[in-house]
Design a protein around this ligand. Structure first.
Ligand code: SUG
Length: 447
């Protein structure tokens, strides 16, 4: 077995809901207050994982975090028993309760930034859990994400799992959603493109927040021990952010030697592409697939999430496959573009549509739901097998979701203390399905 690229997907959580929590994420804003369908959302995510597993890909599972997250409510001064804390938060601070109840951890592309061992100085795979400090509801994810990653990749001889960067706006970090690795083969040294929306310390007059800083990206490249000549730092265009590109992966995705992006993605496209060519010099010839405003207006790219597709080298397929959200097939400019893409002789040979609509309504496409992890043969052997998809795990998780997840969740349901009780029972059971032990969640350790 050679080096492969695995996908670790976040399981959609039991409290999946439309909280309208993410300014600058147009879908989250548009669907705020709608009734969500957690069970359907979890099954859609699981079906995507199964599809890739069946196609011969290595597929991992990242467990949901505990929600509502009482430590946030305690820190904010709510006291009493669990039911009292939830009920008084619902009455006096409903925004805070929504943040504490968010299932946003499901978007695993934001969980961490990963540098494969072929790129790092010490020959280990480096992963940094993201601090996600820009959005309150996401700023509570980092420590539990680090725990999940340590469970999935326990052997320190092969894996270096870093805690999140300091929780300060100068280091605002949203994980792999702003990171692209290009390479000739997964196992050879590659180049890593880090994209930022702003520079720490400079006030930009932006309509929406830019969530990643250059300083965070520089720190990640340093901690991962990357070769500076093989790293590119590029800035998102202000136009893209203002149009709703809260992460670079809304307008750009890359795989192997191919970078697929919208013309509006980068502040300076020529400079970015030149830097990529220089970084790749001697390793491979980058292939750029740039989509113009005439072909696909930025607005359509953002609403359909064309670029939030998974771009993958599927076993047995000569060209890359774009696993795109089904919304792309229903957006005329994007559907036309996809036709043209596969009939051409470029690096992308097929488009496969998946239904992840429950996630899409909160601004999370197929690529948001997964964290890519390149694994050598030895690393694949060292990865925790209990967190990898199989027929048996798929069956167990399908049953677990059907038994524990609510069919519908309306905003008012977040005030129901029973949701916490149901969630804890479900996560206790999940710990035995995934073999995570008895102290994996804070509530199991502290009550
Ligand atoms: O951070 N949505 C997420 C979507 C993350 C998508 N990830 C990537 N592009 N990689 C976010 O904005 C909405 C939650 C709510 O409104 O209930 C939310 O957090």
């Amino acid at each position: 077995m050679t080096t492969i690229e695995a996908n670790y997907d976040g399981l959609v959580g039991l409290t999946h809901n439309y909280g309208g929590l993410s300014a600058g994420n147009l879908a989250s804003d548009k669907n705020a207050g709608q009734v969500s369908r957690p069970r359907e959302g979890a099954l859609q995510g699981l079906a995507k994982m199964k599809r890739l597993h069946d196609a011969g890909m290595v597929q991992g599972v990242l467990p949901p975090h505990e929600r509502p997250f009482l430590p946030l409510l305690h820190d904010a001064g709510f006291t009493g028993n669990n039911a009292q804390v939830i009920e008084s938060a619902a009455k006096t601070a409903p925004d805070l309760l929504r943040a504490a109840a968010s299932s946003a951890f499901m978007w695993a592309a934001n969980a961490a930034t990963i540098s494969p061992s072929a790129d790092t100085h010490d020959g280990r795979l480096h992963a940094s859990a993201a601090n996600l400090v820009t959005m309150l509801h996401r700023s509570i994810e980092g420590p539990q994400t680090a725990r999940s990653l340590r469970a999935a990749f326990p052997d320190e001889q092969h894996f270096a799992i870093h805690d999140p960067l300091p929780a300060q706006e100068a280091f605002a970090d949203e994980g792999a959603a702003n990171h692209v690795r290009l390479c000739a083969d997964h196992g050879s040294a590659g180049i890593e493109l880090f994209v930022h929306g702003r520079l720490a310390g400079f006030e930009e007059n932006l309509k929406f927040p830019a969530r990643q800083t250059l300083q965070a990206n520089q720190a990640l490249a340093r901690r991962h021990g990357l070769n500076a000549d093989r790293v590119v730092f590029a800035r998102q265009s202000m136009r893209a952010i203002e149009a709703g590109t809260f992460h670079n992966d809304v307008v750009c995705v890359g795989a192997k030697t191919c970078l697929f992006f919208h013309d509006a993605a980068f502040a300076d496209t020529k400079q970015t592409l030149d830097a990529i060519r220089r970084a790749a010099d001697g390793l491979f010839e980058p292939q750029f697939v740039a989509v113009s405003e005439d072909e696909v207006p930025l607005r359509d790219a953002i609403t359909s999430y064309l670029f939030n597709s998974m771009l993958i080298a599927m076993p047995g397929e000569p060209r890359l496959v774009l696993v795109a959200p089904s919304e792309c097939a229903n957006t005329p400019s994007v559907a036309r573009y996809c036709e043209k893409l596969v009939t051409g002789n470029g690096p992308i040979g097929r488009v496969d549509f998946v239904d992840v609509r429950q996630s899409m309504r909160n601004g999370g496409g197929p690529a948001c739901l997964r964290l890519r992890v390149v694994l050598s043969q030895a690393e694949r052997t060292a990865a925790n097998p209990d967190m990898l998809m199989s027929e048996a795990l798929y069956t167990k998780l399908t049953r677990w979701i059907s038994r524990h997840y609510r069919e519908e969740l309306a905003p008012a349901d977040l005030a129901d203390p029973q949701l916490l009780v149901e969630g804890r029972a479900a996560l206790d059971e999940l710990c035995s399905i995934l073999n995570l032990g008895t102290g994996f969640y804070p509530f199991q350790r502290n009550g």
